[in-house]
Ligand binder design. Structure first.
Ligand SMILES: [Zn+2]
Length: 447
């Protein structure tokens, strides 16, 4: 087999790798670049999509699946293999990405700026829907000359790592490995010993903060703010993080740690993902499944409301009294979260709680650093609300979990990590005798 790394080399987005054997070409992930690297999505693929025979997706995040429609747009005609939950969750994510792309185009036209190209369209999402092929965990499938097995990566519902075998040789591709402390998802499985392991390294240089500390702080902040009559604003990603936050709010309420207050989920994408959660109950931890079996929705606090229209969203800001508002985008790059922040930052009784990474220089980073006033949607906004940043909710394995998962592996190629993270991880892996390389774009490996 020959592996070529075509993405997520020295960065944490754009996962995409090509595995070839006897003329058959299998693509592992087809992810979009995000954040500062987003412009790279405009460049074509480094290979001819018409020459790809099959694709396997590790999980539903955009940085692993977001260029699938573009692949179809450029003539790909094969199947897309993934677990059934992944195939279900990818659809609304892609539709949302298309909507945002179209909004960018409309905005550019209105402002008479250079109009970006539409990289793919509804027809390509339809093709993806038609060509998706569910593969259950642990059931090997023959694809061309390869034998493919998906195992649980514990990172999202349906997330998988991939084992590919051909003629007695084995490649393991980690996808993104989950955080074992997540109570809502099953723990990641361990891989078989491979001839080459292609592994993520996102948190390769640091262990996570103990999760229990995060939960204690989260309950304290919620309790204090709601008791004081304030609103808690939580910017969140739509997939997994928002539902996990709801899971803990429900638990804190049930245990009497916080008062029962209205909880608004003000993000159409989060609402769609939450609907799908009810259809993929097997993809969760035994704890979550036990709730469903008792007829309890584990992701629904007592006074949960999903807002639909923009009007409903605006009405939330006119409500008096305590409330929790969860809205996107998680990194404050747009979305309804901005008008909630604009309305609620000036009052000292309110709180903003960050539960995910905020890029340097962005609005979230400014708020965490104590900047006031800040600019939001063209307005100067004084910051009197308290701002908290809770580490520990990460959906990724921390350094020690990565080392544990890779314990038996002898030949490791590191992707999906900033250079500092993967260099640090590489040093520790080499110290115990493993051969480790840091993947570069377009580099090939014989297996
Ligand atoms: Zn991911």
């Amino acid at each position: 087999m020959k592996l070529t790394t075509w993405g997520a080399c020295g960065t944490v987005t754009g996962s995409c790798h090509l595995l070839e054997h006897r003329g058959f070409r299998l693509l592992l992930d087809c992810g979009a670049y995000q954040g500062e690297a987003e412009e790279r999505n405009r460049a074509g693929f480094a290979f001819d999509p018409r020459q790809i025979d099959a694709v396997v997706l590790s999980h539903a995040h955009l940085d692993h699946a977001g260029r699938i429609p573009r692949l179809f747009h450029e003539g790909y005609q094969g199947r897309v293999y993934a677990t059934a939950p992944t195939l279900k969750l990818v659809r609304p994510i892609l539709e949302d990405a298309l909507k945002l792309m179209k909004e960018d185009i409309r905005r550019a036209r209105r402002k008479k700026l250079p109009v970006p190209e539409l990289l793919w369209d509804d027809a390509d999402i339809r093709l993806f829907n038609e060509r998706g092929k569910p593969v259950p965990y642990y059931s090997p499938r023959k694809i061309g000359p390869f034998r493919l097995t998906l195992k649980n990566a514990g990172h999202l519902p349906g997330s998988a790592f991939v084992e590919v075998q051909a003629e007695g040789r084995t490649l393991v591709f980690s996808g993104d490995l989950g955080n074992r402390r997540k109570e809502t998802l099953p723990d990641p499985d361990y891989p078989r010993v491979a001839d080459l392991t292609l592994s993520e390294s996102t948190y390769g240089d640091r262990p996570h903060r103990p999760f229990q500390e995060t939960l204690v702080e989260f309950a304290e902040v919620l309790g204090r703010t709601l008791d004081g009559g304030g609103k808690v604003i939580i910017p969140s990603f739509a997939l997994e993080r928002a539902q996990e936050i709801l899971f803990y709010i429900r638990r804190f309420e049930a245990e009497g740690q916080i008062p029962v207050a209205p909880v608004f989920v003000d993000s159409p994408l989060t609402t769609r993902v939450s609907e799908i959660y009810g259809q993929i109950q097997d993809a969760f931890s035994p704890l979550v499944q036990s709730f469903y079996r008792r007829g309890v929705d584990p992701f629904a606090p007592a006074r949960l409301r999903y807002t639909r229209s923009v009007e409903e969203s605006k009405q939330i800001n006119e409500l008096g009294g305590p409330a929790i508002i969860i809205a996107g985008s998680g990194m404050l790059s747009g979305g309804r979260i901005l008008h909630h922040l604009r309305h609620h930052l000036p009052q000292p009784e309110n709180a903003v709680v960050f539960v995910g990474y905020q890029p340097r220089g962005g609005l979230g980073h400014q708020l965490i650093s104590g900047v006031t006033p800040v600019r939001i949607m063209g307005h100067e906004v004084a910051v009197r609300a308290r701002v908290y940043s809770l580490g520990g909710f990460s959906g990724h394995a921390g350094r020690d979990e990565l080392l544990d998962w890779l314990a038996a592996e002898q030949r490791i190629v590191l992707v999906h990590g900033e250079d500092a993270a993967r260099q640090s991880l590489a040093r520790r892996l080499r110290a115990r005798g493993a051969r480790v390389s840091l993947a570069r774009l377009g580099q090939g490996y014989e297996i």
